[in-house]
Design a protein. Structure first.
Length: 321
């Protein structure tokens, strides 16, 4: 937003709630689907399909992000990306964002400026805007993003539609964020590509609607890890899922990083979260959309297996564990 040097030195308490809102929203163009943007009691968005897909994620400083590992701009992008990937996982296209921010009164306004810049940048990747939100005082910096989406006349792709015989496929990167987290946890800041994958995920937004058009029977994003999120599909659908390791790519870069750290790159790929890849099931014999690659099959039974056996160790992230 280009605040001048006098603004840079200000804190949240000095500019106040409405001054802060103005810094976040002024000069920003609203997307065409926004009929009424920030500035009133609520925003108004067009809903061409007649249904609205909605999702919310909350990010808390020192739990989901650290400013000694990521810049505010990167945190802003990530806060939006994790929500937009959920919209894509329903087979929908994003239409708008609502942002809630809780922060200390003595937080520099430049931090909020950069958070907002990152949020707007990620939103513009899919052609949408921040249409409203709320800002409050809090002891820990907390970011809550609600993303809205449109199904474009299709039925939502839920977690409960997988059937035995379906092909399991994935779109996007796996294991990169976990590798980046491991690198940062050891006190390193490179390789840049790996660390960057943890700081800012790159969800395959277009792959969600493409999967829906191609007849995907179920879909989820890999926020918790491939095996953990496949477990959600298995439980909701009343089926079992078997992942075949010969089909799961382990990138050479991750293998190199794992070797340097004494870690297991395949474990990162199978269980690492926050890549925001999409995993879906498709009827057998139907061509997969471009960008999707098969990694296993849906079978009779329950739970998730790897090459027919239970996976040893945690399958992904769980809160409060």
């Amino acid at each position: 937003m280009g605040p001048d040097s006098s603004q840079d030195a200000q804190t949240i308490s000095q500019v106040g709630e409405f001054g802060l809102i103005n810094r976040v929203t002024s000069g920003r163009a609203q997307s065409p689907g926004t009929l009424l943007g920030p500035g009133d009691d609520a925003a108004v968005l067009a809903a061409p399909d007649g249904r609205v897909v909605a999702t919310t994620d909350v990010l808390v400083e020192q739990v989901h992000f650290r400013f000694d590992w990521s810049t505010p701009h990167q945190v802003g992008r990530k806060a939006v990306a994790v929500n937009l990937s959920d919209i894509a996982a329903m087979g929908a296209v994003p239409t708008g964002l609502l942002v809630g921010l809780g922060c200390s009164p003595d937080l520099p306004t430049t931090v909020v400026d950069e958070l907002a810049a990152g949020m707007w940048e990620e939103a513009q990747r899919v052609g949408i805007s921040v249409v409203g939100g709320d800002m409050v005082s809090a002891t820990s910096l907390t970011i809550s993003v609600t993303a809205l989406g449109d199904l474009q006349g299709r039925e939502p792709v839920t977690r409960s539609g997988a059937r035995p015989g379906d092909v399991v496929a994935v779109a996007g990167r796996l294991g990169w964020s976990a590798a980046g987290l491991a690198v940062l946890g050891r006190g390193f800041r490179s390789p840049v590509a790996v660390v960057g994958a943890h700081r800012v995920p790159e969800p395959p937004y277009e792959a969600g609607p493409q999967a829906a058009v191609a007849g995907a029977t179920s879909m989820v994003d890999t926020s918790d890890g491939l095996l953990a999120d496949l477990g959600h599909i298995a439980a909701a659908s009343g089926v079992a899922v078997d992942v075949r390791t010969e089909l799961v790519e382990v990138p050479q870069r991750l293998t190199e990083v794992a070797s340097a750290l004494g870690a297991d790159a395949r474990h990162w790929v199978l269980t690492g979260g926050e890549d925001q890849a999409l995993v879906a099931t498709f009827p057998q014999g139907r061509p997969l959309p471009e960008g999707w690659r098969p990694i296993g099959a849906v079978v009779e039974g329950e739970g998730v297996t790897v090459d027919g056996d239970a996976y040893a160790g945690p399958s992904g992230w769980e809160h409060w564990r």
